[in-house]
Design a protein around this ligand. Structure first.
Ligand code: KIV
Length: 276
């Protein structure tokens, strides 16, 4: 055989499929790790290392190159979630409902049913506070698990004129806690808290009995999520304060590419070891 099969020597940290009940039991016991993924290749890399993968509508920015998430569509999100499902067999997968796909309970239900029928996602995520309770209730009552996304909501970027950090005063912390409690009462299985002061995320985490996942929300939520292209240094347009870069992906790729270019130009590549 001309093709050498590469054997992976990596041992995954997680060995069993992570379910929503596994995640529920982690609250107050062990911090939950979540990253985004948009394709099978990276989903496979992340699988077994983190409990959860979010197919975020952030793919519209980091993958499609748009300025915000608003033009992501159901078809696009389903396509990418199918790819993630092909790559990740252990992680609990969450589907991010795109802008306009949950404007009423009926529309939300039709779209979320599609998610369960066409992908392996275990939950859908919707942005919004207590005003979305009826929608969360309709989905939950029909057997669809919902992650409620509160705080800074990227789908509101145009209506709010930018990305605004929340929870800066007592009144707003109270409003966020009320949102979280209403969404939990409506059936949300998790609350994702984005772009809020740490005290606000702490108050929300203490108020609800479901796990909270934070992004730009300090250190006391039950888990953390980061967008993969941010955390691995591939997305260079801007770097929010809350993003820690765990490697410099763009630099590594550029260096590799430069070496490849030089070797092709000098006819060093492909040498005899890469030739049939
Ligand atoms: O779309 C996304 O990646 C998200 C995260 C920022 C939580 O919603």
């Amino acid at each position: 055989m001309g093709i050498v099969k590469q054997m992976s020597i990596h041992t995954p940290k997680i060995e069993k499929k992570v379910t929503l009940s596994t995640i529920a039991k982690m609250k107050g016991v062990e911090p939950i790790t979540m990253v985004t993924a948009y394709d099978a290749l990276f989903a496979q890399l992340f699988d077994g290392e983190v409990e959860m993968i979010l197919v975020g509508d952030s793919l519209n920015m980091s993958f499609l190159g748009k300025n915000d998430t608003l033009s992501a569509t159901m078809d696009q999100m389903i396509y990418h979630t199918q790819a993630v499902c092909n790559g990740a067999k252990l992680a609990c997968i969450v589907f991010d409902m795109p802008f306009g796909s949950y404007t009423t309970a009926n529309i939300a239900l039709q779209n979320a049913v599609r998610v369960y029928q066409e992908t392996c996602a275990q939950a859908v995520k919707i942005e919004g506070g207590k005003e979305k309770s009826e929608i969360v209730k309709a989905l939950s009552e029909n057997g669809i698990a919902v992650v409620a996304h509160i705080g800074l909501m990227p789908q509101h970027v145009r209506s709010e004129g930018g990305y605004k950090v929340r929870g800066k005063d007592e009144a707003d912390i109270k409003a966020l806690v009320e949102d979280a409690l209403a969404l939990e009462a409506a059936g949300a299985v998790m609350v994702l808290v984005e772009g809020v002061k740490a005290e606000a995320a702490d108050a929300v985490t203490k108020a609800v009995s479901v796990p909270t996942i934070g992004i730009g929300a300090g250190n006391s939520t039950d888990g953390q999520v980061l967008v993969w292209s941010d955390m691995f240094g591939f997305f260079e347009s801007f770097k929010p304060k809350f993003v820690k870069q765990y490697c410099n992906g763009a630099k590594e790729v550029r260096e590799g590419l430069e070496q490849y270019r030089n070797e092709v130009k000098s006819r060093e590549f492909p040498g005899s070891e890469y030739t049939y």
